[in-house]
Design a protein around this ligand. Sequence first.
Ligand SMILES: Cc1ncc(COP(=O)(O)O)c(C=O)c1O
Length: 423
Amino acid sequence: MSQVFPRFDGDLYAGEHMVSELASEFGTPLYVYDAKVIESTYRQFTAEFEGIDLLMAYSVKANSNLDILRRLFNLGSGADIVSLGELHRCLKAGVQPERVVFAGVGKTELEMEAALEAGILAFNVESESELRLLNDVAHRMGKRAPVSIRVNPDILIDTGHEYTRTGHSESKFGIPSDRAVDVYLWAAEQPGLEIVGIDVHIGSQILESDLYKRAFNEVLKIANELDRKGINLNFIDLGGGYGIGYSDEDGIAMSTFANAIVPIVKDSGLKLILEPGRFIVGRAGVLITKVLYVKGEGSKKFVVTDSGMNDLIRPSLYGGFHRIEPVQLKDTNASTLVDVVGPICESGDFLARDREMPLPEEGGLLAVHTVGAYGFTMASNYNSRPRAAEIVVDGSEVVLARRRETVDDLIRGELLPNGTLSS
Ligand SMILES: Cc1ncc(COP(=O)(O)O)c(C=O)c1O
């Protein structure tokens, strides 16, 4: 696996900057993103699909920092969103609304109204009840909501953790394939709906292209049947989930994926939408954390850092693996079995368990790799901990993309007994 953040003389770099100097300037915990890596990954991804009509709808949930969104939208990306908040971010960052698709099983009336007002490309509808409400809302507004049904193709895949599988019948997502045609036929009769496409998303961190081919063929069957019944779709949205390498494994081979998908897309005559999140930003982020204490007798040591599960929850939530290493590597760092843990009062608060790694020194810095996706976006204020700062490095340039939260930020909006705001 190629090293995104390189080392020179033992020091980790982001762009042209020594990570240890960035940590001195901005403090820790610190999310550092490399803009050049994001941009080149985006370009490589889209280059695989030259010759077909592709809308790349970056999945905003992976990393929704405005600076990163702005960079991706400047490159021509659209967006896959799941909430009013994500719509707001995207509009602020300059997205073209007609390049936005809206997924999620629990869209509210308010969210539907805002997205209709903005003029998005499509609602990826996840249930028949949602479709009925969308019809009512759009009709009331004197509009037709562009609709694509998210189909659940009942494909169970091994993504590494059950929480990241979404395309099987036991999952809450989508409408079962065998209901899809009837649902489309109903939608075609409604005054507030306009059928535009079909959608599927089978899970995350998928490394095998064949699974996408299966999912594509499944929705194509439905699209063909609809065609025979006089309902023409504009696009197939194949969702996201393209896997990356977290340890020694390689990510999904995009050229293999494209070779499998492009010919069937061409034959279908439909536009293709893809919603990669992790693939675009995952490798481009590193979390810098300070070692507060090293404790423990005997064979197991605990490295206590100033980042916890509130900063990066993937290890606790999904057993997610992140490579961790000292920011400044010295020959004297002996390899030891450690748990890297945070300061949160939970036994489940760890960044790594039973990890053989160079034993860091107290006061030293650690780099937690491959955290550009589902890192900061899943951060919380648990234990009343302010969230980390985020910076974007672009060669020699460094942008503070989100300032570190303060303790006053933590209580903003909370009310004191006399009804006044606390900050
Ligand atoms: C509908 C949909 N599209 C796209 C994505 C992005 O997935 P990934 O970041 O794994 O590409 C997700 C992730 O949950 C999703 O639910």
